[in-house]
Design a protein around this ligand. Sequence first.
Ligand code: GLY
Length: 253
Amino acid sequence: MFTKAIVRTPSKSIVDGITSANLGKPVYEKALAQHADYVEALIECGLDVTILAAEEDYPDACFVEDVALMTPHCAIITNPGAESRKGETQSMIATVEDFYDRVEFIEAPGTVEAGDIMMVGEHYYIGLSDRTNGIGAMQMINYLEKHGMSGSTVNMSEMLHLKTGLSYLENNHLLATGEFVSKPEFEKYDMLEIPSEEEYAANSVWVNDTVLTPKGFPQAKAIIEKTGYKIREIDVSEFQKLDGGLSCLSLRF
Ligand code: GLY
């Protein structure tokens, strides 16, 4: 069960966020409204939500998931692989230290964005992406082991982050699309395959037996409904324009 979440209000500079999506620029006012509904959904799931102020210097800073990994035993501040995002960690440190006594740090030349990390109980899968390198992943695994957990790396080549195409929905349910569907390390899970035309919805989030899923993906919704969880749809079209998924918008712990 999760009890808390941290989010960051989108900044006006969100229009300058990194993107490969070709969906146009996000509309700031619409992003704000969608973000407010996202916060409401987290509250509906029973979470205490800490809302951090917008950071105009960092257009992608609302994607807070990338800058920290919050585990039950420690928090790890990452070192984002995207140059324009490295500074996002600075203001997150004090917030994380409000919640955790044990805080570790990924150090250069290691890079990690925690959108590349999927938690399954006490084990953490770490995608080796353009944003997370092998040195960063090894630092992360060492910290996880130091605090009684474990980690392993996943080779990947098609997606921005591991969780762009993969979401663990607890009770052995694994939502997957594209290259992740056939990976041997995920064979032991009950695979819920999301078709490529709805791949964006492979990034959905389990929060206390509700699955938050992006609005507008009916096939994915029908597939997730098979789990028996309650489903809460959220329109996140403005964040999709920046390659950002639902999970990217919060730290849940
Ligand atoms: N726009 C989100 C990212 O590229 O990290």
